[in-house]
Design a binder for this molecule. Structure first.
Ligand code: ATP
Ligand code: MG
Length: 158
């Protein structure tokens, strides 16, 4: 079974429509023309996307903007990124952000809910699909998380 990438991303946005509206955060989905359907474990990739979008919402002030982009890197790799213009992550925390239970500055995340597991689980899922995940962030500017998924993968990997 293959997944339509645009449809998958629109459905993520739909799952968060209430929170997005409540926080007055705009979401934009941008899928490059040559992005084809892809084989993936839909439940697990939804888990990755849900965590990235929920992080973007949690750490972006009212009136902010989230952009989800999908494109092809080389001919055989799909790249999806979730970008926000929120509070960002201090440079000193960046190297630890994918560790289990790691959360930046307890004071700012205390009221946000969550356990600090989301990104570590996301990384495991992406790895199991044969891809990689990377996070870039600038304090006070925003955060972008991008991950890749190969179009062709070993059956056993998923
Ligand atoms: P959980 O995902 O388990 O509900 P969580 O969101 O706190 O909890 P992660 O998703 O692993 O955990 O994120 C780890 C930490 O990285 C967060 O607590 C937050 O400090 C920081 N972080 C993650 N995404 C963003 C983002 N888009 N902007 C700013 N900080 C972020
Ligand atoms: Mg999270």
């Amino acid at each position: 079974v293959t997944t339509d990438v645009t449809e998958m991303l629109e459905e993520v946005a739909d799952r968060f429509s209430f929170q997005l509206e409540q926080r007055m955060i705009a979401i934009e989905i941008d899928v490059e023309k040559h992005v084809d359907e892809i084989m993936l474990d839909r439940d697990r990739i939804d888990q990755v996307l849900d965590n990235l979008v929920s992080n973007a919402i949690k750490y972006t002030p009212e009136g902010g903007h989230i952009r989800i982009h999908a494109g092809r890197r080389e001919s055989s790799v799909l790249e999806i990124s979730v970008q926000d213009n929120g509070i960002g992550i201090p440079r000193k925390d960046l190297s630890r952000i994918f560790e289990r239970f790691y959360r930046v500055d307890k004071a700012r995340s205390r009221n946000m809910g969550g356990t600090g597991l989301g990104l570590s689980i996301a990384r495991e899922i992406v790895k199991a699909h044969g891809g990689a995940i990377q996070l870039e962030s600038e304090l006070g500017q925003g955060t972008r998380v991008k991950f890749t998924l190969p179009y062709q993968q070993e059956e056993a990997a998923v």
